[in-house]
Design a protein around this ligand. Sequence first.
Ligand SMILES: Nc1ncnc2c1ncn2[C@@H]1O[C@H](COP(=O)(O)OP(=O)(O)OP(=O)(O)O)[C@@H](O)[C@H]1O
Length: 259
Amino acid sequence: MHTSEIREITILPGKNKDNSSENFREIKIRPGDTISIVGPTGSGKSAFINDIEMFAQKDTVTKRTVLVNSLPAPEEFIRDPSKKPVAMITQNTKCLADLTVRQFLDMHVRSRKIADETVVEKTIELANEFTGEKIVENVRMTSLSGGQTRSLMIADAIVVSNTPIILLDEIENAGIFKENVIKCLKTHKKALLFVTHDPLVSLLSERRIVMKNGAVSEVICPGDSEKEALSEILKIDLTMSALRERIRCGEIIKNIQPA
Ligand SMILES: Nc1ncnc2c1ncn2[C@@H]1O[C@H](COP(=O)(O)OP(=O)(O)OP(=O)(O)O)[C@@H](O)[C@H]1O
């Protein structure tokens, strides 16, 4: 199956930490969906997205099942990294290769057998929409900051890997423009799952999966009911970003709004 043929991913319930059955029928994820996974520390958020990454077949700690177009995932999705339709990016995503950004992307483009010669430029250009610290092609991968690395990995997942499903595990505080990332993934019709503690990211996504004791406890679709709160949070976020920049530049903050 080609990854472009993925119409939906279905998650079927497993067990919570006490081995009781989870209380939902099924969760369906389709291209363009934005979903945040929320819940207290240790409630099973990462385990939930790991199940998707591994196309669980009752063979993980949660005993969940993940189907592709209502069927078990083809073996190649699990075994062959070049055919995997899922990109997972975490706080710990690092690149250990001693290559420049261009060499790294060239290598990935070759391994994916992509003919388009502009793909490397496109990837760097997109990554620069996600980070305030400009990435240039001749810098070494190992010298990129955390925010630059994650921006490049997200752009790489969109442009080079072109995976239909992108999983982001708690990357919100790592120097990336989260709103741009979410908007871009929506336009590219990617399904995006965020593990997050960030109110803005949670409210920007269309659905919220609430985890408790290793299980899905609720699936919330707020619709327009959070619109006002979202516009308030966007203002707060802008204020916080501006403050962060001023503090980084060594300013003494006498007024929260710049004079
Ligand atoms: N349904 C489950 N059954 C048994 N163990 C589980 C289940 N879900 C999660 N666990 C285990 O509980 C621990 C915490 O889970 P996980 O790391 O997914 O939580 P988290 O919500 O992502 O936490 P944090 O916010 O601290 O990153 C892990 O060791 C995980 O394997």
